[in-house]
Design a protein around this ligand. Structure first.
Ligand code: MG
Length: 553
């Protein structure tokens, strides 16, 4: 039984699903996904088994950076609907037991935001100090985030006759969080959406949000105070809300963003595990998984790691050792066109694995059993592909494929009017990969995913427990033991494509063993410490020190 206190900390056993409203479902036939369409699909999300939907930015935006450049933090992009439509969706999701978190993008605004318009136009504007200005460009700069488009973090502004800081595109001036008025405004933005029913935020670009600005005297001595204050505000307004931080730093640096007392970010994405998973598959070797997992410390009490295979950006390999980055590029991105920013791959997973269903399922079984909570990117549940003719990261942001009909059932608009084209590659186009067909096919990835997620949620030890990597004497085998309260689970993943014998001496400590989830039919385990596993196979094995069969369920 999961106690009430434990279920309050819902993020420890969450299944997060990230989507962009504009590409998910078009409810009014104008070619752009919207809240009306999304709300029509809420039963699909409930059936899939996700417990939390992370909405990418849905705010008014000129869309220079796919909505991450915001002109009104308190509104909804009119193409997507109204605040009323937003609330209807949140209500419908809550009705099915699904929480909603929103992208909180407060490192910067759009250059078209009224605050920036005011700030650049008038030195006496109350918004002037909401941004970071310099008369002279500094000699030394930090790395630019989008090296394809920018060669500096400072942009000359004709109207202000000064340079302003922008860590992302020049159209995204950085807010000055050294200014207490800006900090108050960030809290107000959080309070607004919490009041409308969200269960927290995915916080964009956290290290950039608190990095030292050029106006250092205005920054708190310890910039983490900003995150601590955000968290205190969050907890005051809604005790069961989360801040899930985008902190793509190297192991050893990122953990500080949980806060020393677990009082900053509630959750952090574990970026390096994504790359490690791809590398382990490519080399049929568990070592990268084991090593990177050892570098992932147990989070502070009630905090959590969030794992993913692919997210909405490129497969970002920047924090992996150079030789590992090269190995992954060599294995999956030989074509220059699929590489991006000298640090990543702009493909979805299925084309990288040549559509190999067994390897895909192996990968998601790994995702669901890594310590932490899993995050899915929409379309992963049906094995959607990408559209490389789209610029940069947009390749993985094509409309959801609901059926084999025109526009993949995403919209009734003319295909010329779609917000983004559908995938064209015949192996991954809607005619080949779609929800409707996979619903009818009991062997489909979608049906597999629904079952995997149901079992993942029935195994809270995976989200809560202590995970230890075991040596199974075969480099292709990734074996873990997860312990939590009275429960123990062994997970075995075979990274090789050929069958292997598995021997786990630690299993001898247990009286009863049972497969909870596996890639196929295996002989009952009973109390054997040795068994087989198919090529690309996986087994989640619950272990008991008693012979109480009920406890094995
Ligand atoms: Mg629409």
């Amino acid at each position: 039984m999961v106690s009430r206190a434990i279920s309050d900390v819902w993020w420890k056993n969450a299944v997060v699903y990230c989507l962009d409203v504009e590409t998910y479902m078009d409810g009014n036939g104008d070619g752009v996904g919207d809240f009306k369409g999304l709300t029509e699909r809420v039963d699909y999300l409930a059936g899939l088994g996700v417990t939390c939907v992370w909405l990418m930015p849905f705010y008014p935006s000129p869309n220079r950076d796919d909505g991450y450049d915001i002109t009104d933090f308190y509104g909804v992009d009119p193409r997507l609907g109204t605040l009323g439509d937003f609330v209807e969706f949140v209500h419908a999701a809550r009705d099915r037991g699904i929480r909603v978190i929103a992208d909180l993008v407060v490192n910067h605004t759009s250059h078209e935001h009224p605050w920036f318009e005011s700030a650049r136009s008038d030195p006496d504007s109350p918004y002037r100090d909401w941004y970071v200005w310099l008369e002279n460009k500094p000699d030394q700069e930090q790395d630019v985030i989008f090296p394809d488009a920018e060669d500096s973090n400072w942009e000359w502004d004709e109207r202000a006759q000064m340079y302003y800081l922008h860590r992302f595109y020049a159209e995204q001036p950085d807010l000055n969080v050294g200014n207490p008025d800006v900090v108050d405004e960030i809290h107000r933005i959080m309070g607004f959406w919490l009041q409308l029913g969200v269960s927290g935020f995915r916080v964009d670009a956290v290290p950039f949000l608190i990095e030292e600005t050029a106006i250092e005297e205005e920054m708190p001595e310890d910039p983490h105070v900003l995150l601590h204050d955000m968290r205190r505000y969050l907890d005051r307004r809604r005790g069961d809300a989360i801040m899930l931080g985008e902190v793509n730093l190297e192991p050893g640096e990122r953990e500080a963003f949980f806060g020393e007392a677990g009082d900053e970010m509630v959750g952090l994405f574990n970026f390096v595990m994504s790359g490690a998973t791809f590398l382990a598959l490519a080399h049929e070797d568990a070592e990268p998984l084991a090593r990177h997992l050892k570098e992932t410390p147990t989070p502070p009490d009630k905090c959590q790691w969030f794992n993913f295979i692919r997210n909405h950006d490129e497969l970002n390999l920047s924090k992996l050792p150079a030789e590992e980055r090269k190995a992954i590029m060599d294995a999956y991105a030989q074509d220059e066109d699929v590489r991006i920013f000298d640090r990543g791959i702009r493909r979805r997973t299925p084309p990288m694995l040549d559509g190999d269903q067994n390897r895909m399922r192996l990968m998601y079984s790994l995702l669901f059993t890594l310590p932490g909570s899993p995050v899915l990117w929409y379309g992963e549940e049906i094995g959607m592909g990408d559209e490389l003719s789209l610029e940069g990261r947009m390749a993985v942001r094509t409309p959801m494929q609901w059926s084999g009909a025109d526009n993949g059932g995403f919209s009734t608009a003319s295909s010329d009017d779609l917000v983004r084209p559908m995938v064209k590659d015949p192996d991954f186009a809607p005619a080949q990969v779609n929800v409707m067909d996979q619903r009818r096919d009991r062997r489909s990835l979608l049906n597999w995913m629904e079952r995997a997620l149901r079992l993942r949620k029935e195994c809270p030890e995976l989200g809560w427990g202590h995970c230890e990597v075991l040596d199974a004497g075969d480099p292709a085998l990734f074996v873990t033991r997860i312990e939590w309260e009275q429960r123990t689970m062994f997970t075995v993943h075979n990274l090789a494509t050929s069958e292997r014998d598995v021997s786990i001496p630690q299993v001898a400590d247990y009286t009863s063993l049972a497969d909870v989830f596996s890639d196929g039919d295996y002989e009952p385990l009973e109390d054997s410490t040795s068994f087989t596993i198919a090529g690309s196979g996986y087994r989640w094995i619950r272990a008991l020190r008693t012979d109480d069969p009920v406890q094995l369920i």
